[in-house]
Structures are given as C-alpha cells and as structure tokens.
Design a protein around this ligand. Structure first.
Ligand SMILES: CC(C)(COP(=O)(O)OP(=O)(O)OC[C@H]1O[C@@H](n2cnc3c(N)ncnc32)[C@H](O)[C@@H]1OP(=O)(O)O)[C@@H](O)C(=O)NCCC(=O)NCCS
Length: 211
C-alpha cells in the first residue's frame, strides 16, 4: 500500500475489558492440565534486562499485524519497569507483558499495554503464563477490571485475550496517515508503550514497518 492510498484511512483498536479474577481463573485452568515447565520462568523486568528487552520487543512486534515502531535502548531506559513482567525460556527472554494501574478520581482500573512472545516460542502457553502473572498483579493492587486495546487486524491477539474473558466494550479509531495537527497521544496508532515513549508509526519514522 502506498502512502497516498492511506490518505483518510482509519483503523480501529478494539477496547476490551475483563474481570481480573475471571482472567486469572481461565489462565490457571489452561495451565491446570499442564505443569508450567520449570524452564519457563515469569519474573519482573529489571534494569539489567533492558538491552535484551529491546530485542525481544522489536522481534515480537515485527511479527505482528499491529502498527509498530521499533524501540531502541535509549527509549527503553525511559520506561517505568513497574508492572512489566518477562517470561524466560531456558534463561532467555521470550515474552513480556506490560501492566499499568490507572488511578482516576473515583476509580481504579488495570490496563495491559503490551504483550508479546517471540515468534518461534508461540502457542506454548507463554502468553497465558504472563496473563496469569498479570492478573495476580492487578488483583494484588486492588484492581478488578482490566482493559486492553487490540488492533482490529490482530486476530491472534484477539483470540488470546478472548480466551481469558475479555469482551469488546468500545473502539478507538485512528487515522493511519497522521498529520502534525493530529499528533496527540489519544489519536495515534500504536500500543501505549509506543505512545508513552512518543513513538509514531508514521510519518517521520523512516524505520517503521508498514501496516
Ligand atoms: C498474541 C501472542 C502474544 C500470543 O502468545 P502465545 O504465547 O502464542 O499464546 P498462548 O500460547 O498462551 O495461547 C493461549 C491461547 O490463546 C489463543 N491463541 C493464541 N494465539 C493464537 C493464534 N495465533 N490463533 C488462534 N488462537 C490463538 C488460543 O486459544 C491459545 O490456546 P491453545 O494454544 O491451547 O489453542 C503472540 O502471538 C504475539 O506475540 N503476537 C505478536 C505481538 C502482538 O501482536 N501482541 C499483541 C498486541 S499488544
């Protein structure tokens, strides 16, 4: 698709919501019949992981239908690592999940702002192990409702989170062709990690992979 074909094109993120307890029960159920093998280890992201995290993040999203802009180490250093968990497989980072607890005046809710598993490690339950950990994190923080946004063309991601009780409660439309006037975080494509870092899938980011 050429740049001119994208003029005025909008895409949607589906806004999905689940009860943290339901997601935890369903993720535990998935793993019930199987033991999480001891070579899968889910833990908090620490500062020393950042270089490997950048590689993991970029490799996960290169193999994803989501609008995407690669991150680099300098940008990753600006991330708040609180609520980010990684899955190690045989000691190597193979997946991550980013959780944020949003506190508004009269409500507290959770948000999964990113999840990814290395292409060669998919369909082995790694994302499920990460959702299980995230659900516990949210429940420990007193969060009952968890939201996430899924790009409309990202079927694997939709299948994953629907398996854990997420249902669509809205949509967020984005213009695929961004003009400088639209350059506000609310209207931009890209997951929240990208948006928090101010990364723009287009234009102005030559390295961005096309949608
Ligand atoms: C979406 C993603 C995280 C799933 O990770 P995963 O480790 O393969 O997921 P799991 O193995 O835990 O899958 C659990 C269940 O989710 C569903 N599911 C996951 N991937 C699926 C797919 N490609 N097609 C259909 N169902 C899928 C299935 O019900 C699966 O259970 P099953 O294998 O017993 O059928 C992974 O495909 C990915 O990293 N994609 C690229 C990054 C991305 O798009 N992230 C989401 C946007 S933030």
């Amino acid at each position: 698709m050429s740049e001119s074909d994208l003029d005025g094109v909008t895409r949607s993120y589906l806004i999905m919501k689940a009860e943290a307890k339901v997601a935890l029960d369903l993720a535990e159920e998935w793993w019930d019949s199987k033991t999480i093998p001891n070579y899968i280890h889910v833990r908090k992201l620490v500062h020393d992981d950042l270089e490997s995290f950048v590689d993991l993040y970029n490799r996960c999203f290169l193999a994803s239908p989501d609008p995407f802009c690669p991150i680099n180490l300098e940008q990753a250093k600006k991330l708040d690592t609180e609520g980010i968990f990684v899955a190690e497989l045989w000691g190597k980072l193979s997946g991550f999940i980013a959780c944020f607890v949003e506190k508004e005046e009269d409500s507290v809710y959770g948000e999964i702002t990113g999840i990814g598993v290395l292409p060669s490690r998919r369909r082995k339950g790694i994302a499920t192990a990460l959702i299980k950990r995230a659900s516990k994190y949210f429940l420990d923080a007193g969060v009952e409702e968890v939201y996430c946004e899924v790009y409309e063309e990202n079927t694997p991601s939709q299948m994953l989170i629907m398996a854990y009780g997420f249902e669509q409660v809205g949509t967020r439309e984005v213009d695929v062709q961004i003009t400088p006037e639209q350059d506000t975080s609310a209207d931009l494509p890209g997951g929240k990690i990208m948006r928090r870092l101010g990364l723009r899938p287009r234009p102005g980011c030559e390295k961005c992979r096309d949608i």
